[in-house]
Design a protein around this ligand. Structure first.
Ligand code: XMP
Length: 329
C-alpha cells in the first residue's frame, strides 16, 4: 500500500475476516519496518481502539523502539489505565511510559463549570503533558497516530478539525506513521481482533476525548467524579451481563452538580442523582433511545443507590438526539 496516499484505492478490499486482517497486518508490518528501520517512534496510547491497534501493529514491527506514552488525566473509566498497562506492558512487553497526571488535570479544572472551557483545558493540558514527555526522550524520529479513514474524509470535507484529546501539536516536528489511516472503524476492530487485543478494548464503545469530564457536569469535584466512574462501571457490568454489550451503541452515566432530598437508612439524605443514557445511532448525528427492560433498570438503580457514595436517586434520560445531544456537555 502507498503510505503517502490519503486515498483509499478502489481496488482495496474491505477487511472483514481474520484472513484479510492477517494479510493487512503482514503488509503493514513489512512496510513500517522498511520505513522506520531502527529509528524510534512515539505514540500517545489512550487505550481506545485506534491507538491500541496502532500500538499492537508497531510492537510487531519494531518492538521496544516504539515508545508509548499513556497519560492518565483522571477522567478515564474505571480500570482503563490498568488495562493499558496490563495488555501492553505486561503482555506485549511494550516500552510504555505511564504518566500519572490526575492531580494536575483536576487542579486545573477545579471550579471551572463552563463546558467549552472544561474541554479546552483538558485538550490543552493533554498536549502540554505529552509534549513534556516527548522532550524528555532522545532520538525520536516518528510520531504514530490512530487516524482512521473517516477522520481524513471529514477533515477534507471541512466537517471537523481534529480537536480530540490526543490531537497532537504540529510543531513536534516528527514524521507521521498512520498505519490505519485508510481503514474504517469496523475494519480497525477486525484488525485488533486478529492482533489478539481483548474484546472489551476492540469493541469498546465511543468515548469522548474529555472523558468522564463531560459527564461530571458543571465544576468537577473528585468525589462527584468518583460517583460518575463507579456508577458507569456498574452500568457497564449490568449491561454486559444482560447481553447488551454488542446491542447498544453507547451507554454511560452522568452525575450533574445538583442534589435532591432522599432517605437512606431512615435518615434524610441530601445527595446527587445519577442519570443513565443508552443510545443507538449510525453516525452520532442523530440518536434514538434503547428501550431498557424495567427489571434491569431497577437492578441498576438498586446497585447504584446502594454501592455508589453520595447518590440517592437514579434517572433514565429518554431524550433522543435531537433535541438532546448524546453527551450532556
Ligand atoms: P454529542 O454529545 O455531540 O456526541 O451528541 C456525539 C458523539 O461524539 C462523542 N463525543 C466526542 N468524541 N471527542 C470525541 O472524540 C469529543 O470531544 C467528543 N464529544 C462528544 C460522544 O460520546 C458521542 O458518541
Amino acid at each position: 500500500m502507498d503510505y503517502n496516499s490519503n486515498h483509499r484505492p478502489d481496488s482495496m478490499e474491505r477487511i472483514t475476516t481474520t484472513e484479510s486482517a492477517n494479510k493487512f497486518v503482514e503488509e503493514q508490518v513489512k512496510a513500517m519496518k522498511e520505513m522506520i528501520g531502527d529509528k524510534k517512534v512515539l505514540l500517545a496510547l489512550s487505550g481506545g481502539v485506534d491507538s491500541s491497534v496502532v500500538a499492537a501493529l508497531l510492537i510487531k514491527a519494531i518492538g521496544r523502539n516504539l515508545v508509548c506514552v499513556h497519560v492518565n488525566h483522571g477522567l478515564l473509566r474505571k480500570g482503563e489505565s490498568e488495562q493499558v498497562i496490563k495488555v501492553f506492558r505486561d503482555e506485549m512487553n511494550a516500552n510504555l511510559i505511564y504518566v500519572d497526571a490526575v492531580d494536575r488535570f483536576l487542579d486545573k479544572l477545579a471550579g471551572v463549570s463552563e463546558p467549552e472551557t472544561k474541554r479546552k483545558i483538558i485538550g490543552e493540558e493533554f498536549i502540554k503533558v505529552f509534549q513534556e514527555e516527548a522532550q524528555k526522550l532522545n532520538g525520536i524520529s516518528f510520531l504514530a497516530q490512530g487516524t482512521i479513514y473517516p477522520d481524513i474524509l471529514e477533515s477534507e470535507a471541512g466537517v471537523k478539525a481534529h480537536h480530540n484529546v490526543g490531537g497532537l501539536p504540529k510543531d513536534l516536528n516528527f514524521e507521521l506513521v498512520e498505519p490505519v489511516k485508510l481503514l474504517f472503524k469496523d475494519e480497525v476492530r477486525v484488525v485488533g481482533k486478529a492482533l489478539g487485543l481483548p474484546d472489551n478494548m476492540v469493541y469498546r464503545q465511543p468515548f469522548p476525548g474529555p472523558g468522564l469530564g463531560v459527564r461530571c457536569t458543571g465544576a468537577i469535584t473528585r468525589d462527584r467524579l468518583e460517583a460518575v466512574r463507579e456508577s458507569d462501571a456498574i452500568l457497564r457490568e449490568e449491561f454486559e451481563k444482560a447481553g447488551l454489550f454488542h446491542k447498544v451503541w453507547q451507554y454511560f452515566t452522568i452525575v450533574p452538580d445538583y442534589k435532591t432530598v432522599g432517605v437512606i437508612d431512615g435518615k434524610r439524605s441530601f445527595e446527587w442523582f445519577v442519570v443513565i443514557r443508552a443510545v443507538n445511532t449510525k453516525d452520532a448525528m442523530t440518536a434514538t433511545i434503547e428501550r431498557i427492560d424495567y427489571d434491569l433498570l431497577e437492578r441498576i438503580t438498586y446497585r447504584i443507590t446502594h454501592e455508589v457514595k453520595h447518590v440517592n436517586r437514579v434517572l433514565f434520560d429518554i431524550t433522543p438526539k435531537p433535541t438532546g445531544t448524546i453527551e450532556w456537555e
